[in-house]
Ligand binder design. Structure first.
Ligand code: FE
Length: 210
């Protein structure tokens, strides 16, 4: 087999372009009862992470934390109607096609982090917006019992709590975060693999020559 035949070929579109496309289209939707769009909310969260000195992977996680509202089969609107769309999990699973756990797991845990902080931090729940309080109930309410230890056992629990605070604060209609293009290079540098979407080039057909 020649080296060309051994090379896997990526069949999906470039991940950064796909994500940019989602920001440019569904990102214009209202962010679930908040006075900002989905894209503005995620850009604000990433900008706050940057200003807070987060590493690149966590800035990317903040930027992408709600991508599950775009990619899941149950929408964010369904969440606001009382059906948990589990967007943290659908988003993390979708991102795992390309990104490692340092990006995907804070995304996966950002709803759990809200439930955790409501359980352990006096006054935290009072800082949540009315929409976030509403979705807290749909998402299971404050953590109880063994859930707390399970959450803190994750190596990404602390990162998820940091992300959660940027998420909670990223609902300011007056904020002017940088545009998506500001984060393109960061995202491209974090793409680890074209996983699950690999295909092999077809073997050369000896009957047809090369
Ligand atoms: Fe969010």
């Amino acid at each position: 087999m020649s080296s060309a035949e051994e090379q896997p070929r990526l069949t999906s579109a470039d991940p950064v372009e796909r994500i940019a496309g989602l920001f440019a289209t569904q990102g214009a939707d209202e962010y679930l009862g908040e006075p900002v769009t989905q894209a503005a909310h995620m850009l604000q969260a990433a900008h706050r992470a940057e200003l807070d000195g987060a590493d690149g992977a966590l800035v990317a996680a903040a930027l992408l934390h709600d991508v599950g509202h775009f990619t899941g089969t149950v929408s964010g609107q369904d969440l606001m109607r009382g059906t948990d769309n589990r967007h943290s999990h659908t988003g993390a699973d979708w991102l795992a096609q390309w990104f490692g756990p340092e990006v995907t797991e804070p995304v996966r845990l950002h709803v759990a982090a809200k439930r955790y902080l409501c359980a352990v931090e006096p006054g935290y729940a009072d800082t949540l917006s009315p929409a976030s309080v509403y979705t807290l109930g749909v998402q299971g309410g404050p953590m109880r019992g063994s859930e707390l230890a399970e959450f803190t056992a994750s190596p990404y629990a602390q990162a998820a709590c940091r992300l959660r605070r940027w998420d909670d604060a990223a609902k300011d209609p007056a904020a002017r975060p940088p545009p998506f293009d500001h984060f393109r290079e960061l995202l491209a540098g974090l793409v680890r693999y074209p996983r699950r979407r690999l295909t092999r080039l077809p073997p050369a057909d000896p009957a047809r020559g090369r």
